[in-house]
Ligand binder design. Sequence first.
Ligand code: HEM
Ligand SMILES: *[C@@H]1O[C@H](CO)[C@@H](O)[C@H](O)[C@H]1NC(C)=O
Ligand SMILES: *[C@@H]1O[C@H](CO)[C@@H](O)[C@H](O)[C@H]1NC(C)=O
Ligand SMILES: *[C@@H]1O[C@H](CO)[C@@H](O)[C@H](O)[C@H]1NC(C)=O
Length: 324
Amino acid sequence: MALLYLNSPCFSILPLIGVFMAAVASMAAAQLSSTFYDSSCPGVLTTIQTAVQDVVNQEARMGASLLRLHFHDCFGCDGSVLLDDTANFTGEKTAPPNNNSIRGFDVVDTIKSQVQALCPQVVSCADILAVAARDAVVALGGPSWTVQLGRRDATTASFSTASSDLPSPLLSLSGLISAFSNKGLSTTDMVALSGGHTIGQARCVSFRNRIYNENNINPSFATSTQANCPSVAGNGDDTLSPLDVQSPTIFDNFYFQGLVNQTGLLHSDQQLFNGGSTDSLVSTYSTDMAGFFNAFAAAMVNMGNISPLTGSNGEIRINCRTIN
Ligand code: HEM
Ligand SMILES: *[C@@H]1O[C@H](CO)[C@@H](O)[C@H](O)[C@H]1NC(C)=O
Ligand SMILES: *[C@@H]1O[C@H](CO)[C@@H](O)[C@H](O)[C@H]1NC(C)=O
Ligand SMILES: *[C@@H]1O[C@H](CO)[C@@H](O)[C@H](O)[C@H]1NC(C)=O
């Protein structure tokens, strides 16, 4: 900065060079690559895929949990969601969208230790999440895509950013559109990515108000879901129901069929088909599984590009739960 205060013409160009170099660096920094580990860790993709297939074989829901872990890391894809609290910061694990809800940390630890044995301190935790999410979707019958790689891991985590930026299930359609556009994702990306709810489970506390008090819900679905989720707050809060009542362990387009049928479990789910601007996309995906798969794959790549750390920013963590 001191150079800025020098008047000599000899020096005056230096800050401009600095600005130019910073611009080049940030363009390079935004660039992930599918071949990032081809020479530094050639076996990493197979190692992750085998591990994910194994855990999904043991418990299908874990595939859903791994997909969600990448999403919750990715409003800034930097491995921050994996960090335990420290004396210096409260991490993201207890932020309201995650507390008592997000899971799969032990699976990530297992994969990380296998990857460490293969090529020590080469592959980031953020990239492991991105690859594991893809492999989980494939293991449950969904589409595949080429994962862009080269993210590095954050050295801090933010309880408050996770609390404010991750979408709440109480959001309206316009709130959902804003939450995603704030991260550079389109409405089409948002609708396609919501199709991630074709797998996995939600807790009663996340949908109680919808199944007792909303009108845009299939009555027999409301009744059957109420049987597993008592109306009084505090009772059965953690009892699970499938997000896609038809096929919760298969990655298909039945989530969108369910929205057309008014069996969306979360308030936010049914917002996507409630007379608004996204109805036509939901209708399309409900009858066109290939169209949904293509849109989902493209949107996952877009989501994976949200503000990664690259180049010499961040670090390659040794243990995904702690900074080095
Ligand atoms: C559109 C805004 C979204 C909202 C409001 C939302 C909200 C939620 C909520 C409330 C749950 C249940 C949590 C609980 O009760 O413990 C959940 C589960 C889940 N979400 Fe989302 N979500 C959204 C988008 C996404 C996206 C983009 C993905 C991935 C592409 C995703 C994947 C999942 C999965 C797979 C589960 C089930 C996880 C499991 O069974 O462990 N969600 N989501
Ligand atoms: C907290 O931050 C200080 C200063 O950066 C560092 O020396 C210390 O190791 C950190 N503590 C933990 C638990 O990470
Ligand atoms: C997280 O959940 C635990 C257990 O239910 C609760 O005691 C704690 O207050 C919650 N933390 C936050 C930040 O909401
Ligand atoms: C529509 O809802 C009804 C009532 O819950 C259910 O029996 C049916 O399977 C649903 N169809 C789809 C495609 O979700």
